[in-house]
Design a protein around this ligand. Structure first.
Ligand SMILES: [Zn+2]
Length: 179
């Protein structure tokens, strides 16, 4: 995993590309939820599910299908006023889908653990991106508060946080000048 901070900031940055005029907080909060939820699959370790199992850590809950289902669920539950399969519901659902996918892509850019099963449960092959500059984050919280955690935050600062902030400020300025 990358750290929860990076997944959250990436979701926030993606959200600035297009966001609704009302209920903005709800929109971003749910986006951050979608981008961080997949790592709750670490509970599978406790349940005795092996890492490389299709439902293990970085398995199904990090797949494209899960991101799609998660986005669909969020829209149906939190945007129930939007009719099914309309442009409005699909646009907002696409954002939540992208937040889930951003999690998997960032994990696939980390330098440790097993790869991400993007196509689970149909294909359990674990993938990494060819470029893996992000220091892998420890699964247990205790290890994060130490030298390892500092290395993680350092690498994420350069490869996730700075690009995300640039995107946010870029969108802010574009919005300012196109009003
Ligand atoms: Zn993850």
């Amino acid at each position: 995993m990358a750290s929860i901070f990076s997944h959250a900031i990436a979701a926030g940055a993606l959200g600035t590309l297009r966001y609704p005029k009302k209920e903005v907080f709800k929109y971003f909060a749910l986006g951050i939820f979608c981008a961080t939820f997949p790592d709750f699959d670490v509970i599978m370790f406790k349940l005795g599910v092996p890492y490389d199992h299709p439902f293990g850590h970085r398995g199904f809950f990090h797949s494209l299908l899960f991101s799609y289902l998660q986005g669909l669920f969020i829209v149906r539950v939190f945007y129930s006023e939007l009719a099914f399969a309309t442009r409005a519901s699909m646009t907002i659902g696409f954002y939540f889908f992208c937040c889930g996918v951003s999690h998997s892509v960032l994990d696939a850019m980390t330098n440790g653990g097993k790869g991400v099963a993007f196509f689970a449960p149909f294909d359990n092959t674990r993938y990494f991106l060819p470029w893996r500059p992000i220091e892998v984050s420890p699964v247990d919280v205790e290890s994060f508060f130490g030298e390892w955690g500092i290395r993680v935050l350092q690498s994420e600062f350069y490869y996730v946080m700075i690009p995300s902030l640039l995107l946010m400020f870029g969108m802010y300025w574009i919005g300012k000048f196109t009003k």
